[in-house]
Design a protein around this ligand. Structure first.
Ligand code: UDP
Ligand code: MN
Length: 285
């Protein structure tokens, strides 16, 4: 006899033989689920650090790009354990596009639970996981550096993607509101950084060069408004020492929480105001 009498009887019925492995795998499956739930990156995890970014997208009529951008960035930042909230600052007035004013609005409307901003073009996707999107404690951090941006390679370029602590953005009085139409507002902001005595930082050790970002921008389809109306020709190169957060004028027409393929964002629809005696070029005609 193989079995000693002291030994507990082994379950030996046909039904049990079928039942046991099943029960076993339910328990295992449950265990596996628990492990996955606990191991999945969540923003409650203290290893994500204390900081939270307000990702500000200056926006008008780039719907297809937005549908790609929001889910992509949400996943990218989660992977990097960057707490974040995405704001789409949608310009809905009938003036020319004003990227800088929209970033100012985003800064003021982004709430107290975020302590740094990323001004972020909707059409630039970071492809390299090694890019730093963390709290830019030391000074403004230019993610889309001229060594990496596919188009802009001059050394004072600060456009595309720039991270700043809210304190540093405030020290600059934000961006100038005088730039209507495409361009130059970022170059003016470079001078504000200098004036505020802030040191600019850029990524180092990134080996992907001009392939670091995907720029979803067909210039024939998404035309840049490069018209220069009257005095704008000269004014575009001037610094605006007075204006910024302090003379910004706007209305929030709506605030809507959206999810795009499961990724959350808040759309702020904004009517900017324009003082036509100051910047008559906010209109084209
Ligand atoms: N943008 C927009 N609608 C416009 C013009 C610009 O949403 O009509 C926003 C968008 O986030 C875009 C950014 O402003 O990525 C910079 O504009 P653009 O891509 O034309 O500039 P580039 O850097 O390609 O010269
Ligand atoms: Mn672009």
């Amino acid at each position: 006899m193989m079995y000693s009498s002291r030994r507990k009887p082994v379950l030996y019925f046909k039904e049990d033989r079928r039942f046991l492995p099943w029960k076993c795998s339910v328990v295992k499956l449950f265990g596996l689920c628990m492990v996955l739930v606990l191991a999945a990156p969540t923003a409650d995890d203290p290893s994500w650090g204390p900081h939270k970014m307000a990702l500000l997208i200056p926006f008008r009529e780039r719907f297809e790009e937005l549908l790609v951008f929001v889910p992509y960035m949400h996943a990218f930042l989660n992977k990097k354990k960057i707490r974040h909230k995405i704001f789409v600052i949608n310009q809905m007035d009938h003036y020319r596009f004003n990227r800088a004013s929209l970033i100012n609005v985003g800064f003021l409307e982004s709430g107290n639970d975020t302590d740094y901003i990323a001004m972020h073009d909707v059409d630039l996707l970071p492809l390299n996981d090694a890019l730093d999107y963390g709290f830019p404690e030391q000074g403004p951090f230019h993610v889309a550096s001229p060594d990496l941006h596919p188009l802009y390679h001059y050394k004072t370029y600060v456009g595309g993607i720039l991270l700043l602590t809210k304190q540093h953005y405030h020290m600059c009085n934000g961006m100038s509101n005088r730039f209507w139409g495409w361009g130059r507002e970022d170059d003016e902001f470079y001078r504000r950084l200098r004036t505020a005595g802030l040191q600019l930082y850029r990524p180092s050790g990134i080996t992907t060069g001009y392939k670091t970002f995907r720029h979803i921008h067909d210039p024939a389809w998404r035309k840049r408004d490069q018209k220069r109306v009257a005095a704008q020709k000269q004014e575009q190169f001037k610094m605006d020492p007075e204006g910024g957060l302090t003379n910004l004028r706007y209305k929030v027409e709506s605030r809507q929480d959206l999810t795009i393929s499961g990724a959350p964002c808040t759309v702020l629809s904004i009517k900017l105001e324009c003082d036509q005696s100051q910047t008559p070029w906010c209109l084209l005609s």
